[in-house]
Ligand binder design. Structure first.
Ligand SMILES: *Cc1c(COP(=O)(O)O)cnc(C)c1O
Length: 386
């Protein structure tokens, strides 16, 4: 018999129960959350584009032109000229031959890994990879090898013993830690073993690189170094959806074989048009990245002065390590009472005993918001939460 209520009670006792707060305002720094005004420190809308007037206008006029629904999958009659133009612009933006839109990042990862490897092949994944990358690896049916976080030497040894086609899969910027993958080394090792590298840059695109091209732009890695790039549109782009970029043959393979691409309805074309406007802002308004970098430095030095347990990240993802899940939830609730929205991230999203407050910064924050958060986090008060 299903005893769901007992299972739910167990989750609750372990501090692992998850619940949703209801937001009644647009995304931004100031949210109305369960009826209460709070300052937002947990969104992935790093550049403040989710509620940008130009993006909203592009969405509205495209809805007038295209309507709301796309009507079907891309391969039937859902692939509009808005989707097509966005794909061409994303390919140019990332310096790849082609790009292919997916409805979500989760689906892009599931679809891409399982289209590229299968029985007889081997997929290598960083232990701290996003759930969708791990799930994609498991779904593929390939031999599934996880390597210690960012440990190139360990990976090198695994690759030497592997069979079939080999695919190394990693987050670019790790979503719950904020640190970056050692991509130059990974790419060198991959070449040595005739492996491919797939990078999910959900948190780097728009944020890193002089033109917002993400971690690959920052590290100067091209399509020969990293064959498969995944980007999501719901984070720095402020809209919704995802894409994969790479060679002509890669994209054609995904169109033929990626089931989460083939068997799902295309994004609404108005989302694609809104995203084209986001992309222009990302490329032209580098002040947003500059400001975000400054705010990140400002937060880090303030938090260091307070002796808070920061992690190694230099990205706008700035987790504070807590350890126990119960304490992370208590800290998050304490901050909420003081008017700050900060998520408590717990297992299985992160490894056991490494629950944390995941603070994220946005170009829309001001130093004064950070001062207020640091005030609330000041050591004695932080310890009180725990
Ligand atoms: C958010 C995220 C995804 C999923 O993207 P969605 O478009 O939200 O489904 C995939 N990978 C990483 C690293 C992410 O952070």
């Amino acid at each position: 018999m299903f005893d769901l209520s007992q299972k739910l009670n167990e989750l609750s006792q372990q501090g692992l129960y998850r619940s949703r707060r209801i937001i009644e305002s647009p995304q931004g720094i100031n949210l109305i959350c369960d009826g209460k005004p709070v300052i937002n420190f947990c969104s992935n809308d790093y550049l403040g584009l989710a509620n940008h007037p130009d993006v909203i206008n592009a969405f509205k006029s495209a809805a007038d032109k295209f309507g709301v629904g796309s009507g079907s999958a891309h391969l039937i009659c859902g692939h509009s000229n808005a989707h097509h133009a966005l794909e061409e612009e994303l390919a140019a933006f990332t310096g790849r031959d082609r790009a292919l839109l997916f409805s979500t990042g989760y689906m892009a990862n599931m679809g891409t890994i399982s289209a590229l490897v299968g029985r007889g092949d081997t997929v290598f994944e960083d232990r701290l990879n996003h759930a969708s990358l791990l799930d994609g690896g498991l779904l593929s049916g390939a031999k599934f090898k996880r390597y210690t976080h960012a440990d190139a030497e360990y990976l090198d040894n695994l690759l030497a013993k592997a069979d079939g086609n080999k695919l190394i899969v990693t987050d670019g910027v790790f979503s719950m830690d904020g640190d970056t993958a050692p991509l130059q080394v990974l790419s060198d090792i991959a070449k040595k073993h005739s492996s491919w590298v797939m990078v999910d840059d959900a948190h780097g695109l728009g944020v890193l690189g002089e033109h917002g091209g993400g971690i690959l732009e920052q590290m100067g890695l091209n399509q020969d170094d990293v064959q498969v790039l995944v980007g999501t549109l719901g984070k720095a782009f402020g809209t919704f959806g995802a894409f994969v970029a790479g060679s002509e043959d890669l994209i054609e393979t995904l169109i033929q074989k990626a089931r989460p691409y083939i068997y799902t309805t295309a994004l609404p074309p108005a989302i694609a048009e809104a995203t084209r406007t986001s992309l222009k802002i990302i490329q032209t308004e580098s002040w947003r990245r500059d400001k975000l970098r400054k705010l990140t430095g400002y937060f880090k030095s303030g938090a260091e002065q307070l002796g808070l347990p920061l992690m190694v990240s230099t990205s706008p993802i700035q987790p504070i390590l807590v350890g126990s899940s119960e304490q992370a939830v208590a800290a998050s609730n304490g901050l909420y009472d003081r008017g700050f929205l900060v998520g408590a991230i717990r297992p299985p999203t992160v490894p056991k005993n490494s629950a944390r407050l995941r603070i994220t910064l946005s170009a829309m924050h001001e130093e004064q918001h950070i001062d207020q958060l640091l005030d609330a986090l000041e050591k004695p008060c932080y310890d009180e939460y725990l």
